[in-house]
Design a protein around this ligand. Structure first.
Ligand code: FE2
Ligand code: FE2
Ligand code: FE2
Length: 191
């Protein structure tokens, strides 16, 4: 995972700082939820839905790590809102859709506006990268849910995730990440 060199961020605005904490908490929980949803999918006979959950879990980890890297170093914790509990795979996919949709429609657009208003460009970047990946995740989960509701696994052999920004793509990694410009070597493949 790549790291960026940061300016001293001890003077970050309170609102942006709080939102970075919130987003870190939310992405961390999304990572763990998806890892567990993958286990349920495999048990229920949907190995490729399991692969999808594991790959997207890694993208959420990238988002969490990016947010974490940009947080000022001091004590403070806020809880993110997230749906808890394990359902069957169709229910878990719906929980995934709900969480991603909240991030797409409310959380990241709002966080991004505040960070932009406060001229926190590093925070704008990490919120923006996450927002762009969440849109792809929501669509992938929605497509998978349709299949699973018919009792079918999805058609999926490989998912490539950009380890810099979390960009998510079915199949092979592109030569360059269309979101952050990272080289092919920065992608992690799940198969
Ligand atoms: Fe995310
Ligand atoms: Fe996501
Ligand atoms: Fe990227």
């Amino acid at each position: 995972m790549s790291t960026i060199s940061l300016p001293e961020s001890i003077n970050m605005h309170d609102m942006t700082e709080q939102y970075l904490f919130n987003a870190f908490a939310g992405e961390s929980q999304a990572h763990m939820r998806y890892v567990n949803y993958a286990d349920v999918a495999v048990k229920e006979g949907y190995p490729n839905v399991g692969l999808l959950f594991r790959a997207i879990a890694f993208a959420e980890r990238v988002h969490a790590s990016n947010h974490l890297e940009r947080m000022p170093q001091k004590e403070d914790m806020f809880s993110g809102e997230n749906p808890y509990g394990l359902g069957d795979t169709a229910e878990n996919l719906q929980k995934g859709i709900d969480g991603e949709t909240f991030e797409i429609e409310e959380m990241y657009p709002t966080y991004r506006k505040v960070a932009d208003f406060q001229d926190e460009s590093e925070a704008v970047q990490t919120f923006d990268w996450a927002l762009r990946a969440e849109k792809i995740h929501a669509k992938m989960y929605a497509d998978a849910k349709e299949k699973v509701e018919d009792g079918e696994d999805i058609d999926l052999e490989k998912v490539s995730i950009c380890s810099v920004c979390g960009y998510t793509k079915k199949g092979d990694a592109p030569d360059r990440c269309p979101v952050c410009g990272a080289e092919k070597e920065e992608f992690r493949e799940f198969e």
